[in-house]
Design a protein around this ligand. Structure first.
Ligand SMILES: [Zn+2]
Length: 139
């Protein structure tokens, strides 16, 4: 009995670790794809400045889709690690709390997090040095 408990606990932990790594890999993949799509947009425009705007728009929408995907995965990743990100000030807050200890904003539940919204200050990479969303929308 005790042995089985220990075993299932260890399995649970291993599963969690591999899920975290899995998510990290997926996020990295999406980030790399976004850089490629950005380059693609640049090349298309460079080759033909009169390119059909619909073509470029499709690529921009692809980036937005991937950013939403990243945002959702980061949310999942954080809840696996036991904290959530304050939507207002980006502080990391223990997931047990309903309000942010830094700015006092109400923290989202997994269910009402609006993954379709992309705020202008929505930094989507863990590193931040990548680039930030502000520079995307200014055209
Ligand atoms: Zn906050």
């Amino acid at each position: 009995m005790g042995f089985m408990d220990t075993l299932s606990g260890a399995t649970e932990k291993a599963r969690n670790v591999s899920e975290v790594n899995n998510l990290k890999r997926k996020i990295l993949y999406e980030e790399e794809r976004i850089v490629e799509v950005f380059a693609d947009i640049g090349k298309k425009y460079y080759k033909n400045p009169d390119e059909d705007p619909a073509v470029l728009k499709t690529l921009c929408e692809d980036i937005d889709t991937r950013r939403r995907r990243i945002k959702k995965m980061r949310f999942e990743l954080n809840s696996m690690r036991g904290y959530k990100i304050c939507p207002k000030c980006d502080a990391e807050v223990n997931e047990k709390f309903q309000f942010c200890g830094v700015c006092g904003a109400r923290l989202p539940d997994a269910d009402d997090e609006d993954f379709t919204s992309l705020e202008s200050n929505d930094y989507y990479t863990e590193s931040d040095s990548f680039f930030n969303a502000d520079t995307i929308k200014n055209y």
